[in-house]
Structure formats: C-alpha cells, structure tokens
Design a protein around this ligand. Structure first.
Ligand SMILES: C[S@@+](CC[C@H](N)C(=O)[O-])C[C@H]1O[C@@H](n2cnc3c(N)ncnc32)[C@H](O)[C@@H]1O
Length: 216
C-alpha cells in the first residue's frame, strides 16, 4: 500500500516536472499552473478590465487572485475566499472559511459593502472521495451555491465563471445555472489536462425579474 502511494507520488512529481505550464507558472511567480486556465478563458472571453470588482471563490493557493489583481489594477477590488489558509497577496482582501456557511457569506457581503461585483470566479472543488457520484454531487452543490451567490450580487452585465465536472450531473447543473443567466458557454481551456473531467462555465447577465408597476 505504502509503496503504491510512493509510486503514485513519484509519477505525480515526474509529470509536474515535465509540464510546461508548471515551469511557466514558476518562471512568472504564480502559485499554481491553474492560472493559465483563467488566462486562456480571459483571452477567449475578455473577462477582465481595469477597475473591476472581482470575487474569487475557492482561491487557495492564490494564482487566480494573483492574475485578477494584476488585471484590475489598484483602482479595482479583489476578494479571495477559501477554507484553507494561504499566503497574503498584495492588494487582495482575503477571507478564510467555508463559503457555504452563513457567517462566511456575511463576511463576504461585509467586505463588498456597497460594491457590486463585475465578475465572480469559482475554482471551488470539494475534497475528492474517489467515489464518482459522491464527488459529482458535492461539486454540484458547491457550484450551485456559487452560481446563486453570483446571481444575487453581480452587476446587470456581470459574469460568473465556474469549474464543473463533466458527467451525468453536468447537464442538470448547466440547465440550472443557465436559468439564472442570459448566456452560458462551456469552455475547456488548453491548460486543463485532457484526461481531467473539469470544464468551465462562462455565464453572463443575471436574469432578475423586474416588476413593472401597473398603470394607475
Ligand atoms: C483547485 S483549488 C483552487 C485553486 C486556485 N484557483 C488557484 O488558482 O490557486 C480549489 C479550492 O477550493 C476550496 N474549497 C472547496 N470547498 C470550499 C468551500 N466550501 N469553501 C471555501 N473554499 C472551498 C479548496 O479549499 C481549494 O483550495
């Protein structure tokens, strides 16, 4: 058992060493190769502009927030949330806790104050159990919570970007998110490994009913 684990760990290290995105992340002082998925999504979908308000859900170790703060500049605002500790990133407001807890959601609302986010990015991923159906359900729950949060607070033309796992639940999840936003695209950025089940939703424009008052 221990030798199997050691062999898996050696294979992981060898794969990391060969991976050009890992090397590029190190060279550019990013904390994770995940940054290139966001950069590629940004190149395709023009997600970021200077001055934006951005919420990064599931932010640790922090490469997406590093990218976000560079793109929005000092006139923007980035809030990063994770249940794990991660080293401070200059210019980023960090919150530690479970995103699904009411107390942490309150901290997030307090951090935003009167600011309405232009962009909510979610790379949230549950602790994987290895049981496909359990992991899919946990992911679905997280993404739905993130999608509802984004729907409730985004500016009218704001965008929500989220990682989901492809599989039997993906269509239902996509439909659910689709019902909250005007557009919903599926993306598989090249930096996402082809054998990985992850795909990304890029959605825009929360649909909120406006009640038209009856004429007197
Ligand atoms: C793939 S990592 C994010 C990587 C990050 N985008 C980066 O570029 O460095 C997923 C993160 O989601 C976080 N996470 C999962 N469930 C969470 C929850 N309920 N509340 C807060 N964070 C959560 C995990 O702790 C983990 O750090």
């Amino acid at each position: 058992m221990a030798s199997k684990r050691a062999a898996r760990s050696r294979a992981w290290t060898a794969r990391q060493e060969k991976d050009p995105y890992v090397r590029e992340a190190r060279a550019r002082a990013y904390r994770s190769r995940a940054v290139f998925k966001l950069e590629q999504l940004d190149k395709k979908d023009s997600l970021f502009r200077r001055g934006m308000v951005v919420v990064d859900l599931g932010a640790a170790p922090g490469s997406w927030s590093q990218y976000a703060v560079q793109k929005v500049g000092p006139e923007g605002f980035v809030v990063a949330l994770d249940r794990l500790d991660f080293a401070a990133i200059p210019g980023v407001f960090q919150i530690k806790g479970d995103f699904t807890g009411a107390d942490i959601r309150q901290k997030l609302d307090d951090a935003l104050g009167a600011r309405q986010p232009d962009l909510v990015i979610s790379d949230l991923a549950p602790n994987l159990s290895g049981v496909h159906s359990v992991d899919q359900a946990a992911m679905e729950e997280l993404v739905l919570a993130a999608g509802r949060f984004a729907w409730s607070c985004l500016r009218p033309k704001g965008a929500f970007v989220a990682k989901i796992f492809e599989g039997s639940h993906a269509m239902g999840l996509r439909n659910e998110i689709n019902s909250l936003f005007r557009s919903c695209q599926i993306r598989k950025p090249p930096a996402s490994r082809s054998h990985s089940a992850e795909i990304y939703l890029v959605t825009r424009g929360p649909i909120r009913q406006t009640i038209t008052p009856l004429a007197p």
